[in-house]
Design a protein around this ligand. Structure first.
Ligand code: AMP
Length: 458
């Protein structure tokens, strides 16, 4: 299948230039949306033409309105009584489903279009009763939708528009078969819109090949989105305990409303959480081992301000839309540029200020420099004298920014971990050579040869 790619950086327009129905424009005005975000400016006109789209854009980019508005526009024009489900939005989690329902209702407030929700964790019979009233737009998670389908409560054969939101995450969560089955049930659809936060791997490509027809691929220029309002810093660290010490300092000394600390594994997320609790810092932890109830409780309390700090793994934190999030700390460097963009994209939203800090040991250095090249920017090097360690970057760096002539020392981390301790960290040694300040960052094609995403650690 031929995929056309469009790399978009700056697309500006105003909503009134989009050929949306006046009732939708009224809702947009009511919500005080003045300018479409880049993903909206790029996707809405093509979606209104009826094209299938594959869009790479992260949470916070305004992606929901990018598919909801054209979808409602199509349904508004339908004549006569509506007695069938006309649009299905498939997404990975209950929280995202609830957020999306709110968004649909806000945009549909001046129309007669009704939306319904089918997710796990809710009363099955009540959902079946809601389905008997037949919403125009159905929003749901794959597992429960299939259960309702298998119980004979759901007819998707009249669905005209199918949206797969956060498709990469649904695949990460093992929903591939369920997604395919549900797509198959929407056999008469006229349009499919697939959104993912990352460019994904083979599973996503496979899904795209199966469910989209000659899609236009919109890649939103994450770099320009990141540059707005979010400072990006790196702090070098000697080992994990040193990172914990730095985090403690940051949480005590930075001014922030809400912070997320990302780790690559759930074990480390639990460990960081335990460390914070031990230091009397109130925090919540979110990872794949948590059940739905704990997850929801942690998210709700974090949103309400029950704690200012959330420790999370990537998969667990996908799709969260949290107001006032202005500090992101990468305990580990994410394993891909996309994942970095996704983590950092949560701060500095809607013009707000954000700060992103990555903690870099000897083992993280090369990954960090790959991500710098991918983003075509150099992160600000920050040194905090109160928690300064001995490592300050490789002695020599190559033109690519990677460490020169450094063989991976397998024992480094262990040794560091063993010897680590607050005293050891505080003992200062003369820092080693700093990286070349103006080392070129971009490779010839501008896209760094980043490694493929490692299998999800979740
Ligand atoms: P999303 O990426 O869809 O989760 O959207 C992130 C947030 O941005 C949501 O709270 C939206 O209501 C808001 N938003 C989306 N589009 C716009 C816009 N054009 N102007 C202002 N806010 C927006």
């Amino acid at each position: 299948m031929q995929l056309n790619s469009r790399y978009l950086s700056e697309v500006t327009s105003v909503f009134s230039q989009l050929t949306l129905h006046e009732r939708l424009l009224k809702a947009v005005a009511e919500l005080n949306f003045v300018e479409p975000t880049p993903v909206q400016a790029a996707a809405i006109p093509l979606a209104l033409e009826g094209r299938d789209l594959r869009v790479t854009a992260q949470t916070g980019s305004g992606k929901t309105a990018a598919f909801v508005l054209p979808m409602l526009n199509r349904l508004i024009d339908l004549k006569g009584p509506r007695v069938e489900i006309r649009a299905l939005i498939l997404l990975p989690t209950r929280e995202l489903a609830q957020q999306t329902l709110k968004e649909v209702q806000r945009f549909a407030q001046f129309t007669y279009i009704k939306a319904g929700l089918v997710t796990g964790g809710e009363d099955f019979k009540e959902q079946a009763a809601m389905l008997r009233k037949v919403p125009d737009v159905l929003i749901g998670t794959p597992g429960r939708l299939l259960e309702q389908l298998n119980a004979g409560n759901l007819d998707l054969s009249h669905v005209q528009v199918l949206v797969l939101d956060e498709a990469d995450r649904m695949l990460d969560m093992g929903f591939a078969e369920d997604m395919e089955r549900l797509c198959h049930e929407c056999a008469n659809r006229e349009q499919t819109l697939l959104f993912s936060a990352t460019t994904g791997g083979a599973a996503l490509r496979d899904m795209i090949g199966k469910v989209l027809k000659e899609p236009e691929h919109l890649m939103l220029n994450s770099v320009s989105q990141l540059a707005e309002g979010t400072r990006q810093q790196v702090i070098t660290a000697d080992h994990d305990q040193h990172k914990e010490q730095i985090i403690q300092w940051l949480l005590a000394n930075e001014t922030f409303k809400k912070a997320i600390i990302f780790s690559n594994t759930r074990i480390m997320a639990d460990r960081i959480y335990g460390h914070l609790v031990a230091k009397d810092i109130k925090a919540f932890v979110l990872h794949g081992d948590k059940d739905q109830k704990d997850r929801k409780q942690a998210i709700d309390r974090f949103k309400e301000g029950g704690s200012k700090v959330l420790v999370a793994t990537d998969v667990a934190a996908r799709g969260l839309d949290i107001d006032g999030l202005d500090l992101v700390i990468n305990f580990d460097m994410p394993r891909s540029g996309d994942e970095y963009v996704h983590r950092i994209g949560r701060t500095g939203r809607a013009g707000g200020e954000g700060l992103a800090i990555s903690l870099i040991t000897h083992n993280d250095w090369n990954l960090m420099s790959s991500i710098e090249r991918y983003l075509k920017q150099q992160f600000e090097r920050r040194v905090i004298k109160e928690v300064k360690g001995t490592y300050s970057g490789p002695k020599k760096v190559k033109a690519s920014g990677k460490a020169a002539g450094v063989k991976k020392k397998k024992t480094d981390k262990k040794a560091g971990d063993k010897k680590a301790g607050d005293k050891k960290v505080a003992a200062k040694r003369k820092p080693t050579a700093k990286p070349k300040k103006n080392a070129p960052l971009a490779s010839a094609d501008g896209m760094a040869p980043l490694k493929k995403r490692a299998p999800a650690a979740e």
